[in-house]
Each structure stands twice: as structure tokens, then as C-alpha cells.
Design a protein around this ligand. Structure first.
Ligand SMILES: Cc1ncc(COP(=O)(O)O)c(C=O)c1O
Length: 430
């Protein structure tokens, strides 16, 4: 499926007004290409449809999906908040000129350095994961005389039907504290009450990723409302903020049935507004943290076809000049993608292939089963919807160089991350 500004013209795939062929000619192969107009459209759709007259809303883009300085500048210009989880992401946000008072900081094992950076750079909201971290934060905030705003990350135990590796709210998840663990929750609430440097604004939860079923979110709103009311009554705390995390699913291949941003937004906002109206909940701010749903469909990876091979065992491989180093998701959690030969869009798709990369791993397969035109060396393979968790998870396995990243819009492409060089590869070798 073609998203955003993608079209087919004269048998060629175009993105943002440029053909895949020209993009490769100008910027090399493999290449991460982002349709800037689609990212902007998605950011604006979240802003429009996740809004309410009864409470404030904040869209905090989950930077783990894809972050570069150019992306930071775009988010700043669009007035989006930013969800960060490491000193590296924080550093990128600073380098991109982001107003960190609008940033959220996550992590189940934040280092002392990361906590210090949050305080010294005035990060707006810290998600506290556990009581040890809370103690460290209290100590630091007290020492520097600061008042720090936080949410406690909790695990609502809601099962979202998605891949096991991306479910984060199971009872054994490493993230946050279970809302059913009364003892630990009570200890944390008492700790918050006993001091004045670290303020509990509310709670954060994130039930998983690539979720299609809105009832999982509705269930989470139910469970979290009950939990917030219980805590408010039991500990006489005033809870102003609820963060529902991200996880909104996107289309990768036939069979994926995502809700559009408008339907998702309106449904969740309505559910929360009903709770506010019936006094079952009283929050001032709702936060969500979409990552994939903002960038996945806006990204396309372009590869150059090398050889094809029919194995004795009956597999017909199409080899490309990248692989699990630029997209680990198929190897990591059997992620599926769709693709086309970008220079032969309307040719008959009469050949069945397994698309594999060039890395020394049998698991280096990008697409297990796909129908394409019979491919020739030099053809361009476009794998769609690779905008999330690809560049951000890329590696130098086999000492491959990471591809360049370009943004395309209105017929212009601009390099936002240059292709790695062999000097880059050796930079830290001693
Ligand atoms: C805490 C948290 N928020 C937001 C996200 C973003 O999820 P997605 O990219 O699926 O929207 C994640 C992803 O795992 C997450 O762990």
C-alpha cells in the first residue's frame, strides 16, 4: 500500500515528488527515505483529534521510534512534546534545540548521570519506575533545592493482543510497578508524601505496541480510573495527570487493521470525558506517547538488488545490499513488510521471493514471502513502512555502514543523517 505522497509514475515509485531511482542516484543505497509531509500530517492529526474541552492534552512523540536532530527540530516547530529514555536521546534533543521543559524522561534503569541531566536541563516530567529510583531522585532534588515533577509508571496488567516482546504490561514486565502490588504502591505513595522535592503529578502506563484493538485502551482507562480514585482516597493525594503511553498500530501488510488517528483519538477522548463528566475521574492533563503511528508509514527503505538464488531446498532468494543491520525487526520479532520493485512498479508480479540481506546470519531475512516481478541486479527494492524502529535500532554488524537518512518534500530531498563512512566506523577503535 502506498502512503502519504507516494505515487506511481511511468512505472516508477515516487516519494515526496522524487523517484526512488533518482533518490538512490543522488544519495546512494541502501537509503532511508522519509515523507516529511506525512510525518507532519500525522503529528497534526494527533493534535487535532486528541483534544478535549474538559482537560489539556499533550502529544509526546516517542523518540525511540526514530530520532535525529532534524526530527527534533520538526517536533519543536510542530509544538509536540518529546518522550526520551536515555542520555543519548536527551543529548540529541538538546543538539536539536528542543525546549526540555516540554520533554518527558523514561527508563526502568536510569543512570545517576541521566537523573542528573534531567535535573540540570530542567526536563519537564520524569517517569519514576521504582522506589529506589524515587529515593535517588529525592536526594538529588533536595541537594539542588529543586522541585521535580514526576509520574509513577505503573503496570495496569491489561493484556494487549500483540507480539510477546512488545507487550509491556504483563504482570512480569520489567517496566513500572504493578497496580495490584498494594504493598509496594503504598510504600511509594508514602515516600512521595513524606517530602516536598519530588511531586507526584500522576501515573503513566503503556500496554504494548502495534495494538489494533481499541478495547485494550478502553479497558486501561477503566482500570486506571479505578486505581487513581483508590490512590486519591487512600493517600489524600491530588492526581492531575494520566499518561496512557503509545502503541497505536499501523499497517505493514495485508491483515493489519489499524484504526486511523482520528477514530483512535475521538474514541479515547470520549471515554475519558465520560469519566470526567460522571466524576469517576478528575484529571487536568492527558498525555499520549505515539511513536510508530507517527513515523512508520512515512518511512521507506530503498535497496539495490544484487543476486538472486534458487536453493536446492526450493527457496528463491532475492538479495539486497542491506539487511538486519538497517532493519532488525523481522529477525527480532518476525515483523512483516510489503515491498515493490520501485523501478518496475507496474510490471507483472509473477515471481515468488524471500528477500534476504547480506549479513552473516541465516535469520537475516527482511521479507519471507513476496510476489515481485522477476528481479534483475540493479533493480531497486522499496520496503514500505520502515520509518519506526529501523534506523533507531540499526547496527554495524559485519562492519556494514549505516545508510543515510533523507527527508523528501515537494520534489526536494535533504540529507538529515549522512551515510556512515569507513572513518566513522573506525572512529572509536583504539
Ligand atoms: C513507554 C513507551 N511509550 C511510548 C512508546 C511508543 O510506542 P509506539 O511506537 O508503539 O507508539 C513505547 C514503545 O515501546 C514505550 O515503551
Amino acid at each position: 500500500m502506498l502512503f502519504g505522497t507516494m505515487t506511481t509514475q511511468d512505472n516508477q515509485l515516487t516519494i515526496g515528488g522524487r523517484t526512488a531511482r533518482d533518490l538512490i542516484a543522488d544519495h546512494g543505497s541502501p537509503l532511508y527515505v522519509y515523507d516529511l509531509a506525512l510525518i507532519k500530517h500525522n503529528l497534526r492529526a494527533f493534535k487535532t483529534h486528541f483534544s478535549s474541552k474538559l482537560f489539556d492534552t499533550r502529544i509526546a512523540y516517542a523518540s525511540k521510534a526514530f530520532l535525529t536532530k532534524a526530527m527534533v527540530r520538526l517536533l519543536q516547530a510542530e509544538g509536540t512534546s518529546l518522550d526520551l529514555v536515555s542520555a543519548g536521546e536527551l543529548h540529541t534533543a538538546i543538539a536539536g534545540g528542543f525546549d526540555l521543559s516540554q520533554a518527558l524522561f523514561h527508563g526502568n534503569n536510569k543512570s545517576p548521570e541521566e537523573l542528573e541531566l534531567c535535573l540540570s536541563h530542567g526536563v519537564g516530567l520524569i517517569m519514576v519506575d521504582n522506589i529506589d529510583e524515587l529515593d535517588q531522585l529525592i536526594e538529588r532534588a533536595a541537594a539542588s533545592g529543586q522541585v521535580v515533577h514526576t509520574l509513577l509508571r505503573v503496570n495496569p496488567g491489561v493484556e494487549a493482543h500483540t507480539h510477546e516482546y512488545v507487550i509491556t504490561a504483563k504482570h512480569s514486565s520489567k517496566f513500572g510497578e504493578s497496580i495490584y502490588d498494594n504493598e509496594r504502591i503504598a510504600a511509594i505513595m508514602n515516600r512521595y508524601r513524606d517530602q516536598s522535592h519530588v511531586v507526584l503529578d500522576g501515573f503513566h502506563c503503556h500496554i504494548g505496541s502495534q495494538i489494533f484493538d481499541i478495547t485494550s485502551y478502553l479497558k486501561t482507562i477503566e482500570v486506571m480510573s479505578t486505581f487513581i480514585n483508590k490512590i486519591t482516597a487512600q493517600f489524600e493525594l491530588s492526581i492531575s495527570t494520566l499518561n496512557l503511553g503509545g502503541g497505536f498500530g499501523v499497517f505493514y501488510t495485508d491483515g493489519d487493521t489499524p484504526m486511523d488517528i482520528e477514530t483512535t483519538g475521538r474514541t479515547l477522548i470520549r471515554a475519558l470525558e465520560e469519566k470526567q463528566i460522571t466524576n469517576e475521574l478528575s484529571i487536568k492533563t492527558l498525555i499520549i506517547e505515539p511513536g510508530r503511528s507517527i513515523v512508520a508509514n512515512a518511512g521507506t527503505t530503498l535497496y539495490t538488488v544484487g543476486h538472486t538464488k534458487r536453493t536446492y531446498g526450493g527457496k528463491h532468494y532475492l538479495f539486497v545490499d542491506g539487511g538486519m543491520t538497517d532493519n532488525i525487526r523481522p529477525a527480532l520479532y518476525q515483523a512483516e513488510y510489503s515491498a515493490d520493485l520501485a523501478n518496475r512498479m507496474t510490471d507483472q508480479k509473477d515471481t515468488h521471493y524471500t528477500v534476504a540481506g547480506k549479513l552473516c546470519e541465516s535469520g537475516d531475512v527482511l521479507i519471507r514471502d513476496i510476489q515481485l516481478p522477476a528481479a534483475n541486479p540493479g533493480d531497486i527494492l522499496a520496503i514500505y513502512s520502515t520509518g519506526a524502529y529501523t534506523y533507531s535500532m540499526a547496527s554495524n554488524y559485519n562492519r556494514l555502514l549505516r545508510p543515510a537518512v533523507v527527508f523528501v518534500e515537494d520534489g526536494k530531498s535533504s540529507v538529515v543523517v549522512r551515510r556512515e563512512t569507513y572513518d566513522d566506523l573506525l572512529r572509536n577503535d583504539v
